[in-house]
Design a protein around this ligand. Structure first.
Ligand SMILES: *Cc1c(COP(=O)(O)O)cnc(C)c1O
Length: 341
């Protein structure tokens, strides 16, 4: 069977998770009557230290709500230049939110207080007023980077001083929590709204959760309905989320260890540029001369990998991959590297 290292989104629900889904108590969630969705939302809000939460179809929908709730139409939202919101959400911030993104070039996705201050537009008719900032933790395109908690606290405090709202794209917030040893609620403390994905390393088939104040969630619920995201007996999906929050968080440390092992081996291979010291979570980015050709050769030998750009490969570990798979992948990637060199 192929070793699928393309993404942690390829994870399949375990038999125990499927059982939890099959046995979930259901109701109509648009009427607030699905007890399992309600329980997931309460659990998530408590975990992240927010007043309320909303179950949504995807991380993209959660981030879209983050735009709609935090940045009024015609205003500007600051984000890292390699952020998911800027690159991979089909332009939704502009199309649906009517918001102008202000991208910043950063080190590892960590927007500094100085950068934030400098990015605020003056009160002048040439500029869209700056109303919010989006942060990403872990940072996907920066290699699964984990925000140092003190940097995150500092930039959130600066945003508050400047009157900016903060949305945290925590698609992999629990990876950040496990890697840094800081509880997710502390990582979320400085943000007004937070999204996290159930469908990635946590292993659920579908879903994300958007968290914030009761007022923000009340507003987000109308936007979710407008986007077509009002789901009915969604407890069948929320049950997987509840199972994951109880059973799938601590094990993310295994994915991080596997990614580090993979990175250390790849760093020794000819023609491969990789910094194992930068691998903090479950992603390994590797520079090669011809990424599509390298990826095709890996795939042919049974290691599925994603070419992020013409010279970059991305390997992602997850619960479908164990230490033996990593050793087998290392052997195969090593053969491809030798052949390519
Ligand atoms: C995957 C991802 C998302 C969006 O998630 P989907 O559920 O695929 O829409 C948002 N932000 C980051 C950083 C991601 O990696």
């Amino acid at each position: 069977m192929a070793i699928d290292l393309r993404s942690d989104t390829v994870t399949l629900p375990s038999p125990e998770m499927r059982r939890a889904m099959a046995e979930a108590e259901l109701g109509d969630d648009v009427f607030d009557e699905d007890p399992t969705v309600n329980r997931l939302q309460e659990t998530a809000a408590n975990l992240l230290g927010k007043e309320a939460a909303l179950f949504v179809a995807s991380g993209t929908m959660g981030n879209q709500l983050g735009v709609l709730v935090n940045a009024p139409r015609g205003q500007a939202l600051i984000a890292d230049g390699l952020s998911h919101t800027l690159l991979y959400e089909a332009g939704g911030a502009a199309v649906i939110g009517g918001v102008q993104l202000l991208p910043l070039a950063t080190e590892r996705g960590f927007i500094s207080s100085e950068q934030l201050r400098a990015a605020i537009a003056p009160d002048d008719p040439h500029y869209a007023p700056t109303s919010a900032v989006a942060l990403e933790n872990t940072h996907n395109r920066h290699g699964g980077a984990v925000w140092p908690p003190e940097k995150l606290r500092a930039v959130c405090a600066t945003a508050r001083d400047l009157g900016l709202r903060v949305h945290l794209d925590g698609a992999r917030l629990f990876n950040a929590a496990v890697a840094s040893g800081v509880p997710a609620r502390d990582l979320a403390a400085g943000a007004d709204t937070v999204t996290f994905c159930l469908s990635k390393g946590l292993g659920c088939p579908v879903g994300s959760v958007f968290c914030g104040s009761a007022a923000d969630i009340h507003e987000a619920k109308r936007w979710r309905k407008m986007l077509g995201g009002g789901m009915r007996q969604a407890g069948v999906l929320a049950a997987a989320g509840l199972y994951a929050l109880d059973n799938m968080v601590e094990r993310l440390a295994d994915d991080h260890a596997n990614a580090r092992t993979l990175a250390e081996a790849i760093a020794e291979m000819p023609g491969c540029r990789c910094q194992p010291g930068m691998v903090e979570t479950n992603m390994v980015y590797v520079g090669v001369a011809d990424a599509p050709a390298f990826a095709a050769a890996c795939i042919q030998r049974g290691v599925l990998v994603h070419d992020t750009d013409p010279v970059t490969l991305r390997f992602v570990t997850h619960h479908g991959i164990d230490a033996a798979d990593i050793q087998q992948a290392i052997a195969i990637i090593g053969e491809v590297a030798r052949d390519a060199g």
